[in-house]
Design a protein. Sequence first.
Length: 251
Amino acid sequence: MVVGLLAFGWGAEGFAGESEMRAEALSKQGIELRRAGKDSDAIPRFKQAYELAASPKNAGQYGLCLLALSRWTDADFFLTEAIVAKDDPWIKKNRSVLKDASETAKSHIGRVEILGSPDGAKVIVSGRSVGAFPLNSDIPVNEGSVDIEVSADGYAENTRTLSVAGASHQSVVIRLAPSLSKPSLAVASMASEGVSQSAIANKPEDPPSVLRSPWLWAGVGVIVAAIGGSILVTSGGMSYPHPDQKGGWQQ
């Protein structure tokens, strides 16, 4: 049992060491790419290095590269994570550079307060989901044009575009209107049973309830019978009895 635990511990330690070595190698590749002016190519290396080993150093390197690409909000997130690690040797050595970079990122970030209804409506800002109404906090966004999409089942989707300046704050209220295209429950039920929409639309109207009364039609039958009898007896002063047994008619 003890031997098994020790073996497991050594395996985990070896795996962690291997991950850190791979992360270090990726970080060095990212630095070389940045020196060659290829910041976009360096981003995947720094990202993977951070995912393998989320050290303050890897967070700082990733944040600096994001800053070079004007990805202000992402850069500030990782730079802030790096700066708070006060005891890390690499952070101590580069703290002033990291702090200046973080301040630069913040100067290009605005904050938007998004209010609206209904509760539970999904909110997407610049292509990224930020939660559902009611939101708990303001949303940090890169300066410039910002698209806000709000959607909910049974409601018409609403999209707003804001122009946001760096280091600014804005509020926007987005209330969704009920969708007019939602079918009624009766139509939805008929459709689920295989009845087409055209058949539903062309269904003839039912006659008034008075025309469906059996007493009405019984009365109409009596009147028609009486009229028919009158014609049979009085028409032209002639009588038209049934044929006699010889098959002839008598006048």
